[in-house]
Design a protein around this ligand. Sequence first.
Ligand code: NAD
Length: 349
Amino acid sequence: MDITIVDAPEHERVVEFKDESLGLLGYVAIHSTQRGPAAGGVRMRPYSHPAEALKDALRLARGMTYKNAAADLPLGGGKAVIIGDPQLDKTPELMQAFGRVVQSLNGQYWTAEDMGMTPTDMAYIGSTTEFVAGLADGEFASGDPSPITARGIFNAIRVTAKHRFGRAGLDGLTVSVQGLGHVGEHLCQLLHDAGAKLIVTDIDAQQTARIARRFSAQAVAPDAIYGVKADIFAPCAIGGILNETSIPLLQVGAVAGGANNQLASDQDAQLLHERGILYAPDFVANGGGIVNVATEILQVAEREAFVGRRLQALEQTMDRILTRARAEDVSPHNVAEAIVHETLRAQAA
Ligand code: NAD
């Protein structure tokens, strides 16, 4: 196994790992350990070029610094990527070799599940490193984070509704939900229980039909979700869906959902702002997932109390962001980034 340092001026430490005999190639990017060990999942994708994989790792690691700081966790930001098709190229040996890479970083980076990974993979990784979270079994195992992620998004939607519509609850409001997977389904349950009307979609038509039946929701085709009339749009599928094509179609007062990197670019936050659509920054709205993972990394004994406190802190942070955005007449996305910078600067001083 070759582990070599990659030059990346904005990151604390970036390594490339390569084992030709196993077909393993990837990167670990540690953006910041200022608040604590860098934490962020490992993603496996058939990137077309190593430079594309490196770029993704750098961007995602930076995002984790923001997400962990916004959730007030004593964790920094990091991420790992492995180049390959998770369906075809993943083997137990590959996972174990990746675990050895994580171990070689001596606890500066904690890994967990991300796209293309499963709890079984985490168990293989955990056979060669102690710095892995998202395990299904064990004293502090945190398991599937999506129910906690959904609770955080639900809170974000409530706060957003308060700011945008002056409403204390969600009863009678219509929420359109894109993506009905692990997070989306839990979120639909919470919204339904709170009296919201739902419009739902997924590229899996059977899943859409099942969820529509379960929550008496209106089902629409995947491309139609952008044009439906609703109070709040909750993206819970993929990134980059708020862009110059989709934003002009939106007929909602606000966007608050759980997908990572919803904005295709920073300018899209401005586009939403100009259209009067209130945007709840995704890395604050979906911080429940990393809160759940943190209970394992930090070996939290009083898990439910810890999760409750951190979800409440996230809700207060969202409230602060939306209040300041209104006062300054700017996008909440800009305020969220500024608040994280201020937190990190204050801590460094
Ligand atoms: P998932 O894979 O379980 O579900 C995603 C769903 O979106 C799938 O049902 C898929 O068919 C659907 N989908 C994909 N493309 C679509 C499209 N174009 N239109 C409509 N539906 C589409 O994933 P998940 O764990 O529910 O995560 C959803 C999002 O939330 C992702 O962006 C993820 O990064 C983010 N997130 C998840 C967690 C977590 O705890 N799972 C935490 C933080 C952020």
